[in-house]
Structure formats: structure tokens, C-alpha cells
Design a protein around this ligand. Structure first.
Ligand SMILES: C[S@@+](CC[C@H](N)C(=O)[O-])C[C@H]1O[C@@H](n2cnc3c(N)ncnc32)[C@H](O)[C@@H]1O
Length: 243
């Protein structure tokens, strides 16, 4: 895609601090928290999602990374509420958007659930290093430190709409995507799962083939997810590393 009149489109000038529940992660990545007991899992970026807070209750050693975790609890509370409002308002405003129209009342309730789990866990989790304020494409973890790495609703999605994402003037270019995916794979012992792999205005993201071409010793698969976002993406990218 080249040009889009961004005045009435589902595009953003910033990355939203916006999060999903454990139930949504289970659906998105086709796993059950029960099966992850004892595993060390990285969620990057984790945002105000409640995967980390809730999965830890199932004895999953889940760690969340997000640059905004350097903010105080009070600022995070403000940012998350601003971003939820902006996202819901835009969903209502942009008429041609949804292949997957939502009941906004139910949708907001789900989002509030994730936010409350996250906020309730944040202070203690931050002290216990469950929430770490790092920023892709550099993660100060050891090679192969995690059993699995999850990355949802950031890579590809927040690239520029011109390449298949939903951001205007996005700083997340192809070089960033290549470095970020290589880094996420470096810290994983085996699997990296990424969802979604495109934004609202394309079927095929322009960066995807080039990112995959730059990976060595990996197996690439796609699987169908029952968690279908607003734009109808039903594919998870699963990259498995051969050690
Ligand atoms: C929409 S949230 C996704 C949260 C969660 N994975 C989910 O699916 O609900 C996107 C997050 O990416 C974070 N982010 C922005 N720049 C980043 C970077 N360079 N590295 C890692 N995360 C970043 C933002 O702070 C934001 O919280």
C-alpha cells in the first residue's frame, strides 16, 4: 500500500499501551496455561496485558518486557486508560474498519479485566523482576534463557501503514523488525510466536519475507488461531530454532 487518507482510518501516531487477558493469549497462541507449568516464558512486549500476572498463578515463570515499565504506577494507570479510550473511540469512528465487528461494551469489559489484573500485580511484580523495562531490539537476557517467547500486537502491526502496519510515521522499519526478531529468537530455547502478522489494510505485510530471509537455522510455520483480531488476521507466525 502506498497512500491512504489517514484522516478516517484505523491508524495511530504512537504505540498503544493496550493489553489482553490470559484467556485471549491462550486462544491467540493455542495453548493452555496448565500446560506451561514450570516453563520460563517471555512476553515481549507485554504492555498492560495480564498474561504475566495470571500465568504466574499457574506456576508459569512468566516475565514481561515493555519500555513503558520505567514509568510509575500512577503514570501507567493514566496511560492505559487514555489508550483504551482512544482505541475504543477510533473503533467506533472508523466505519469501514471491522471484518470482525465488536460489541464495545463487552470489549471494554475484557480490556478492563486485563488492565486490572496487570495493575494489581505491577508493583510487586516489578520488585520481583517479573516486569522489566527493556526495549527491543536489545534484550539483556542470556542466549536460550526462555523456554518460549511470545510477541503479540506490536511487531508488524506497529510498522508504517505503507508497509502493511497501522502506524503513521512509524520508527519501526524493516531493519528494526529483522533485529527484533533475531533478538527474540536469541533468548528463546526453541519457539517464538508472533501475532498478528499484518495490519488492517493489507493481506500480506511487506516486511515478512525479508525478515524470514534473514533468519538462520530455523523452521517457519504458520498456524490458524481462533483469536481473530479486528482486521481478520487468523494466522500466527511460529518460528522454531534449531540449536
Ligand atoms: C499493544 S501493546 C501489546 C501488549 C500485549 N502483547 C498484547 O497483545 O496485549 C504494544 C506494546 O509495545 C510496547 N513497545 C513500544 N516500543 C517497543 C520496543 N521498542 N520494544 C518493546 N516494546 C515496545 C508499547 O509500550 C506497548 O505496551
Amino acid at each position: 500500500m502506498t497512500d491512504l487518507d489517514t484522516a478516517n482510518t484505523f491508524t495511530f501516531e504512537r504505540v498503544l499501551f493496550f493489553g489482553r487477558t490470559l484467556k485471549e493469549y491462550e486462544e491467540m497462541f493455542n495453548f493452555s496455561a496448565n500446560d506451561l507449568k514450570g516453563f520460563k516464558i517471555l512476553d515481549c512486549p507485554s504492555g498492560p496485558a495480564s498474561f504475566v500476572a495470571q500465568a504466574n498463578k499457574y506456576n508459569v515463570d512468566a516475565i514481561g518486557v515493555d519500555p513503558l515499565y520505567e514509568n510509575t504506577f500512577a503514570s501507567l494507570k493514566e496511560i492505559v486508560s487514555r489508550d483504551l479510550n482512544d482505541c475504543c473511540d477510533l473503533q467506533v469512528q472508523v466505519k469501514d474498519l471491522a471484518k470482525n465487528k465488536r460489541n464495545m461494551e463487552i470489549y471494554r469489559k475484557e480490556k478492563d479485566k486485563a488492565i486490572n489484573f496487570f495493575l494489581d500485580d505491577f508493583d510487586l511484580g516489578f520488585q520481583n523482576k517479573r516486569y522489566l523495562p527493556y526495549r527491543l531490539p536489545h534484550l539483556p537476557f542470556n542466549d536460550n534463557e526462555f523456554d518460549m517467547v511470545l510477541s503479540s500486537n506490536f511487531l508488524f502491526l506497529y510498522s508504517d501503514y505503507k508497509f502493511g502496519g497501522m502506524m503513521t510515521n512509524s520508527p519501526f522499519d524493516l531493519d528494526f523488525h529483522i533485529k527484533a526478531v533475531i533478538e527474540l529468537l536469541r533468548v528463546s530455547k526453541s519457539k517464538l510466536m508472533i501475532y498478528p502478522i499484518r495490519g488492517p489494510y493489507t493481506d500480506n505485510h511487506e516486511f515478512l519475507p525479508a525478515v524470514l530471509e534473514n533468519l538462520k537455522n530455523v523452521e517457519v510455520n504458520y498456524f490458524k488461531t481462533n483469536y481473530v483480531d479486528l482486521f481478520g488476521c487468523d494466522q500466527v507466525l511460529q518460528i522454531t530454532k534449531h540449536i
